[in-house]
Design a protein around this ligand. Sequence first.
Ligand code: AVJ
Length: 352
Amino acid sequence: MARRRPLRRSGEKRHAVPYLARPPTAAVVSLDARAAALDELREGLARSPREIACKYLYDDRGSQLFEDITRLDEYFPTRTERGLLEQRGVEIVAAAGGAQVADVVELGSGAASKTVALLDAALQAGGRPRYVAVDISAHALQRTREILTAARPEVPVEPVLADYTRELHLPPKPEGSRRLALFLGGTIGNEEDAPAVRFLSRVRAHMEPLDFLLLGANLVTDPAAIHLAYNDPQGVTAEFNRNLLRNVNALAGSSFVPEDFDHHAPYVVEKRRIEMWLVARRALEIDLGSIGGKVRMRKGEGIRTEISRRFVRDDVLRIIDAAGFTPERWFESPDGRFGLALGKVRSSLRGF
Ligand code: AVJ
């Protein structure tokens, strides 16, 4: 664990309510979000192959199951990234502005245990970082806040409850501070190149010159180890995958029976990605509730619920460059399984 600097500042404001910029009314926001979700689900389920976006994995139970996954022996990415952040955190923060890094924004905060290493580095550099946690799950945000407040009570936490794939409202950064945006865990690998670049470009739109992005990416490694990480013998990943159907049922009133589906998660070597599927164990007819209509599936037919890509360094640097960040530094775990790219906001977009 990184060292802790006894630096308690009293009178620091802590916000108890998720931050919403320009809030219309809560009801309008959630009605809108629900209609958009139903459209997205309808569209994905009509595709061939059928798809349900991976963000539906992360209801409160799903966020808890993912946290359980990160503690499995077989699932190495979280541990590898944490080690890298603990080893190189000081260097990373120094390269991103040291004491001036006063606004650490994490997209998909999940359980923020890894982030403590970076906040510590900012504290050590003599800065007063604030931590803005953005997540789609209220439960995950609550966990983040508990973990962080217990670990580093001197760091103020601002939770933002939001689906950052849709819209991104961030609290304005403190006057004169530098923002360090974090997109960790290898979540960028859930998207193909074009949507990944579009997403990071939107993040960049919330940033200014002298701000930095730290992007975590899973790297190409032994296929058998990758396979095992997504096919743990205890079946936690299988349950995480099936739970997506419970979430969809709760959202839409659909009639998916999770137990009618097998978890299938092959590492597709030529695409350098894990694909997570739910495969019908028998012929099924599923009522889609408010999504509208029915889905008929043959035995053995699948719904794709996630892709999780493995990269090589240059893939990652190209992506951040295309999104408007100049690659400044690259940090890699000693086993070569995980990489972190640090990019600096470029003032003008290069044509791409
Ligand atoms: C949270 C998106 C990084 O892709 O490895 C874990 C999600 N899926 N096991 C990943 C996940 C199956 C995870 N990310």
